[in-house]
Design a protein around this ligand. Structure first.
Ligand code: MF3
Ligand code: CO
Length: 253
């Protein structure tokens, strides 16, 4: 069942999404060669807690994996998503995706962005640009009366036209009352198919794009998802609300 949120619920989701967006901007400004992913995690956790909210990923469990140990996900280079913050030191030329979920007063927000550490090569630069643009093209399709795979199709079409691959094993999702709700929002699909979109739905749209092939594998830590061919990967995500027949991005500040 796809939940339609009331005005009151949307106010709570808005607040969580605002904290997500602020935390992402805070971290974006901290990314530089020499910082560890764990330092980023600590900064995020402190900021989220200081807003009387909680990092939604911490302790989260899915598919029999142990509870997620971080407050955020930090995925570097060929790491696609769910990279665990640790003692890894970022270096010039790395591409890092930062994914943050927040829960406050029982309601969730979820967003991610990718950032260059210093100077990255042209392929990584283009990969980030194409992935971010594909997110916005997907969001444009999130209007009442359209269907879920209209979002998927828009993302896939743009990414593949640019010579990159859409990760297929992970999807966007409804979000708000739970971190992961229906519908599942794949980043590939056939126009005009999938569940119908309605005002009051809150969705996390999140293209994950590999510079090489789309296959992924799971690392020994049981969380980190890696591009199987070792190519670079980028990830951007927003929580949006379908509001008055238009998409409204909630994870901006
Ligand atoms: N944005 C990611 C997702 O929706 C983050 C989940 S991380 C986890 O899957 F640790 F909570 F799984
Ligand atoms: Co998500």
């Amino acid at each position: 069942m796809i939940l339609i949120k009331s005005k009151k619920e949307i106010d709570y989701i808005r607040e969580s999404c605002k904290i997500v967006a602020e935390t992402l901007q805070l971290l974006k400004a901290k990314v530089r060669a020499g910082i560890t992913t764990l330092e980023l995690d600590r900064i995020a956790e402190d900021y989220i807690l200081s807003n009387n909210a909680k990092p939604a990923f911490k302790g989260y469990s899915q598919g029999g994996a142990p509870g997620y140990p971080g407050s955020i996900c930090t995925s570097v280079n060929e790491e696609v998503v769910h990279g665990i913050p640790g003692y890894r030191v970022l270096k010039d030329g790395d591409l890092i995706s930062i994914d943050i979920g927040v829960v406050k007063d029982g309601y969730f927000g979820d967003a991610a962005l990718s950032v260059a550490v210093g100077e990255v090569d042209d392929e990584k630069k283009r990969l980030m640009e194409v992935t971010e643009r594909s997110l916005y093209l997907g969001i444009e399709q999130a209007i009442e009366g359209n269907r879920v795979h209209d979002i998927s199709f828009a993302v896939q079409q743009y990414v593949e036209a640019n010579g990159f691959s859409i990760v297929r094993d992970l999807c966007g999702h409804g979000v708000g009352k739970y971190l992961h709700e229906e519908p599942s929002i794949p980043n590939f699909g056939k126009k005009g198919t999938g569940p119908k979109l309605k005002n009051g739905m809150t969705l996390a749209i999140e293209p994950m794009v590999n510079a090489g092939k789309y296959e992924v594998i799971t690392a020994d830590d049981k969380w980190t998802i890696l591009a199987a061919d070792g190519s670079a990967s980028a990830h951007f995500e927003h929580t949006i609300l379908i509001n008055k027949n238009k998409p409204e991005i909630l994870t901006i500040c």
